[in-house]
Design a protein around this ligand. Sequence first.
Ligand code: PMP
Length: 360
Amino acid sequence: MTLPTRSDLDAVPAYRQGRPAPAGASKLSSNESPHPPLPSVVTAVQQQLGSIHRYPRMSAPEVIGRLAERYGVDPALVTVGAGSVELAAQLIGAVAGAGDEVMFAWRSFEAYPSLVRIAGATPVEVPLDADHRHDLDAMLAAITPRTRLVFVCNPNNPTGTVVGAAELERFVDAVPRDVLVVIDEAYVHFDRSEYFDGPDRGAGLELHRRYPHVAVLHTFSKAYGLAGLRIGYAIAPAEIADAQRKVAVPFGVTDLAQAAAVASLDAEAELAIRIDEVVAERDRMRDALLAAGWPAVASEANFVWVPAGDRTAELDELLHAGGVVARAFAGEGVRISSGNAEDADRVAAALAAATDGPAA
Ligand code: PMP
């Protein structure tokens, strides 16, 4: 006899990490920073090691204080989580349960449908348009009295496309005020479109200020290079932030992660140089893909989406043979993270090594 598990989990796949990269390969499968941590961040983490026999400070006072000050918001609206994925789960848990619907574009961040199902709610996936962008009109049309939350992943993972600030405001304005709009800006630092409104701002924060039903998600995993330490933050309406604190798993964010986040906020000028490099290499990588005949989509994130369709496996293998580990979505396409110049060179060389490039 086997132990019974929740039958609704049958529809939930376990989260899939990109395939392991062999030693020496370019690991371009998880949208990470290609750089090791800054020395100042390492020092800040080391200073915490002597107190790891204590539980971390759940109120994360320094990092929340710094973020509240930086954005000019009440600290009560700011929450930290073990990565922004934990905050996405908290936000869902704060507003949605059995019988409720949570909407997002598809394809988008792979964790959304699982997190919604884990909360017992129903995921509603609205296809991206032909240009791989959010179809906001279709999303509006899909709102029902059961809709509790809508994610807008901006820039979108894995397509790298962005909804402009004005377009997003029209959408937010049209969404009923009892539906929470979560603008997931995990990749906003790499955005050079008009959506970008100064360092680490995007347009989400401004919409949060102006509308009572908007929350913003940011992470230290991508541009700040702290993926391994697990820390992200949300800025949400007060009642939502209060509910998040109720559904949060206690002690999820270590003092090590909190110290690293503060040190990273102190090091933004240094990090900006790294971000600019990733953006430049992203565009160079896209050019190489286009030159080789692959349909690479213009990206505002730290990756490039190649909707290769039935040639997905072929492209994935081509890259792999050239020492590049990317993320393939079977039958749909390949997402290649942007790394440093060597990584982009490897991608270009792998494509050039193909004797018979794809048909036009
Ligand atoms: N949002 C989006 C759109 C993502 O792509 C990711 C990571 N792949 C996350 C959130 C979560 O990142 P983290 O938990 O590391 O902050």
